[in-house]
Design a protein around this ligand. Structure first.
Ligand code: NZQ
Ligand code: ZN
Length: 390
């Protein structure tokens, strides 16, 4: 276990088939004007909008809407949302949707009273919210599983003009005040989105797992979460309405990225930097961008973190190490992971996501370099990994 840390997660969770009852308990704590934020309309088709509106009305709220939050929310949409929140004098923001809606709502919440350009301040200069900037409280009703946005301070915004997709992980003051997690609300997700979310969870855990050489409790927790995810994902792709599988996955997703398993670790996040660069240029689905670059990345860094890759192969994928070299065991682990990725139906190359000769160098340029993993990448390394992912 390394370093000193503090741990606090202020988000209250309501989990299960009756989770929406939690909204009735939470809403009275906030003011009358509620800005209801949602995406492209899935919540109207699956009935979640009506259920949420009924609770808002029961609680006597005045509801204003900010709809049309797109996957990979943009800086232009953020400006629109900030204006909307100012116009209606929002006391509270209720995000009903997936990670994009939750991330966007957090961005609006810290931008309404921000005196500067929020993109420049929060996403380019990576500054925190000023102490005198009032943050509008946010609550989430989650409809898509994967990002962990329901219980963290992460907010990812895309700027198409600048070809940048940047995530800022804010502090506890930006975490949602509460999140409603009803696994049944995710049943209507198209399979493509469902499995992209599964891989997002996998990637979040691996980004934190593949760092450090120490004996760290966080790594044991990660291995348990990974095994649960792999097990339940196989069931969920065959039967998307298997409550046990979908509920386990929902819970795993939350714990995969709510700061717990990063404790005492440096953490990597390079797969996300590669994936976000792909997203900035192609607007592809987040989880798929991660899937498409992961195999090339992990094969590339394996020699630099060999011991951990051996441990991963044995403890997560059940590879029998007897009589094999470390390299062979590690490779068998990655092969098992690749087979699982193909089985659940992930996109395994960048060409299918729209990367081509014309925009390849834009992706290279947009990839930020992290320093917490087993190898700090050079521009040539990035180019080689992306080439191998085409
Ligand atoms: O917009 P609607 O119509 O709601 O449709 C959405 C969207 O098209 C649909 N969907 C969501 N719930 C549904 C549903 N369709 C049917 N039934 C339901 N119950 O799914 C599509 C994708 O939704 P989106 O919110 O974009 O997906 P996700 O949850 O994967 O969020 C992706 C965003 O989160 C960021 C990503 O970069 C990306 O911008 N991330 C946020 C993180 C964080 N806050 O910590 C970390 C992650 O690594 C990630 O970067
Ligand atoms: Zn992610």
């Amino acid at each position: 276990m390394l370093g000193n840390f503090s741990y606090c997660n202020p988000t209250k969770l309501y989990f299960g088939k009756d989770a929406l009852n939690g909204l009735k308990e939470e809403l009275p704590k906030y003011g009358k004007n509620v800005l209801l934020v949602y995406g492209g309309g899935s919540i109207k088709n699956n009935g979640i909008y009506d259920k949420v509106m009924a609770v808002l009305s029961e609680c006597g709220k005045t509801v204003y809407e900010d709809a049309g939050v797109m996957p990979n929310p943009t800086v232009d949409k953020l400006k629109e949302g900030v204006q909307r929140a100012r116009d209606c004098n929002a006391d509270f923001i209720l995000a009903v949707g997936g990670g994009s809606v939750c991330d966007y709502s957090k961005a609006v919440s810290i931008s309404v009273n921000c005196k500067e350009d929020p993109w420049e301040k929060y996403y380019i200069r990576f500054e925190d919210v000023d102490p005198d900037c009032k943050i509008i409280p946010v609550g989430c009703v989650l409809t898509m599983v994967g990002t962990g946005s329901e219980m963290n301070g992460g907010s990812v915004i895309t700027n198409h003009k600048q070809k940048l997709k940047i995530g800022h992980v804010f502090g506890e003051n930006v975490f949602p005040k509460f999140s409603i997690l009803n696994p049944e609300f995710t049943y209507t997700l198209p399979k493509y989105q469902m499995v992209a979310g599964f891989y997002d969870i996998m990637s979040h855990i691996l980004e934190q797992y593949f760092s450090g050489e120490d004996d760290n409790t966080s790594d044991y927790l990660s291995e348990g979460l990974l095994r649960s995810l792999i097990h339940s994902s196989e069931i969920a792709v065959k039967n998307p309405t298997d409550y046990e599988a979908r509920s386990n996955i929902m819970w795993t997703a939350t714990w995969a990225l709510n700061t717990l398993i990063a404790k005492g670790k440096t953490t990597d996040w390079e797969v996300h930097m590669l994936g976000q660069a792909v997203g900035a240029v192609t607007d592809a689905t987040h989880g798929m961008t991660l899937a498409a670059v992961s195999m090339a990345y992990y094969k590339f860094i394996m020699p630099y973190g060999l011991k951990k890759f051996v441990r991963y192969a044995v403890n997560v994928w059940g590879v029998n190490p007897v009589g094999k070299t470390d390299e062979t065991v590690a490779e068998e682990g990655l092969a098992a992971m690749e087979a699982w990725m193909r089985r659940i139906g992930l996109v395994m190359n960048l060409t299918d996501l729209g990367v081509n000769e014309g925009n390849f160098e834009d992706v290279v340029k947009a990839t930020l370099v992290m320093e917490g993993g087993y190898k700090v990448l050079t521009q040539d390394d990035i180019r080689a990994i992306l080439k191998a992912s085409l």
